[in-house]
Write a protein that binds this ligand. Structure first.
Ligand SMILES: [Zn+2]
Length: 345
């Protein structure tokens, strides 16, 4: 079992007692840290600070990689208490449009500027010696919902019309052939984005939103075939006690994970979505319960996450206390043969 977590370079560099924090993370079994990162056209911290924080974390004994947010979320999905939070996408980037012509919804159109800026950022990560970079959520064209979505901006619509011919957006999810072609087009667009930003020597991780599939432009098989070395986090939802403490919440979590693991196939490098969001929304006890469920499902790698908020010590203490039991569950669990089931919305 591996456990990892992510944070800003500022968290490492601005805390005079960071070494004590690092020791606590180690006690909780964490061996890899993912540093923010390039967020939809902006650096969370300067590359120089990322380099300094990387050095500190490596001296603490962690493997260090990069965590990026590829597309804008439309609003603040990283820390609602941060008044300085930057939700705007980069200059020259384009908002995703919905079928109804709405813009500034979550995620972004993968236009040429988004591709070249993101690739440039990855080249800098390569210079900093990073060998892996996670696209942590939002690599998708849609919100958490069962309808077929995608980017309906004028450019994307024109490109699709050139392939398919004339159509009415209202017929998506009504006309079978049109819906299949539209989903394929969105999946090609998203996969194309990942292929074009890819840099030799950096492996990409992709966060698969809870229940995400072709309806949101994500085709795991296509990504695996076209992006060498790609690996995944499996979306679970249940970031709060309110969502986690229900039978439906837990069923949705396990169904989503097993559907994703079925599609991924080889799950040796597949990671959990062990997220607390917003601040303290999932209690330390429930976080540990969630980890137990993940290990029982057959996940071997735990990825802790909490937006850009750094978890309080109480969480790491709870994980450290539970670590022997978690390791025992891990040792006794073999990955089953996963099957596809209807997602639970
Ligand atoms: Zn578009």
């Amino acid at each position: 079992m591996q456990i990892c977590y992510n944070c800003s370079a500022n968290t490492v560099l601005n805390n005079p007692e960071w070494s004590k924090k690092a020791a606590l993370l180690k006690k909780a079994g964490i061996n890899t840290m993912w540093l923010f990162g390039y967020f939809y056209g902006h650096w969370d911290t300067s590359p120089e600070d990322v380099a300094r924080a990387k050095k500190v974390l490596e001296e603490d004994g962690f493997e260090v990689n990069a965590a990026n947010v590829p597309f804008g979320h439309g609003g603040n999905a990283l820390d609602p208490d941060d008044p300085n939070f930057k939700s705007d996408i980069g200059e020259g980037w384009r908002e995703r449009w919905t079928k109804d012509g709405l813009v500034k919804v979550n995620t972004t159109c993968p236009n040429d500027k988004a591709i070249s800026d993101t690739r440039d950022a990855l080249l800098i990560f390569k210079q900093l010696g990073m060998k892996k970079a996670f696209f942590d959520d939002d690599l998708r064209f849609g919100k958490w919902s069962p309808e077929t979505q995608g980017c309906f901006c004028p450019d994307c619509l024109e490109k699709f019309r050139n392939i398919y011919g004339n159509f009415s957006v209202d017929d998506i999810d009504r006309d079978e052939a049109l819906t299949a072609a539209w989903k394929r087009f969105q999946c090609e667009n998203l996969t194309n984005f990942v292929q074009k930003i890819s840099v030799d020597g950096i492996r990409h991780g992709v966060m698969l939103m809870n229940n995400v599939d072709e309806r949101h432009g994500v085709d795991v098989k296509m990504l695996k075939e076209r992006v060498p070395g790609i690996f995944f986090r499996v979306g679970e939802g249940c970031f709060s006690d309110g969502a986690f403490d229900t039978e439906k919440g837990k069923l949705c979590l396990t169904r989503s994970v097993s559907n994703h693991m079925y599609r991924i196939g080889d799950n040796t490098d597949t990671w959990s979505e062990t997220t607390v969001f917003p601040k303290n929304a999932l209690s330390p006890a429930n976080l540990v319960e969630k980890m137990k469920i993940e290990l029982h499902i057959g996940l071997k790698n735990i990825y802790l996450m909490s937006g850009t908020i750094f978890l309080d010590d109480v969480y790491f203490n709870a994980i450290a206390d539970a670590l022997p039991l978690l390791q025992e569950i891990d040792a006794q669990t073999t990955s089953p043969n996963y099957s596809l089931g209807d997602p639970i919305w």
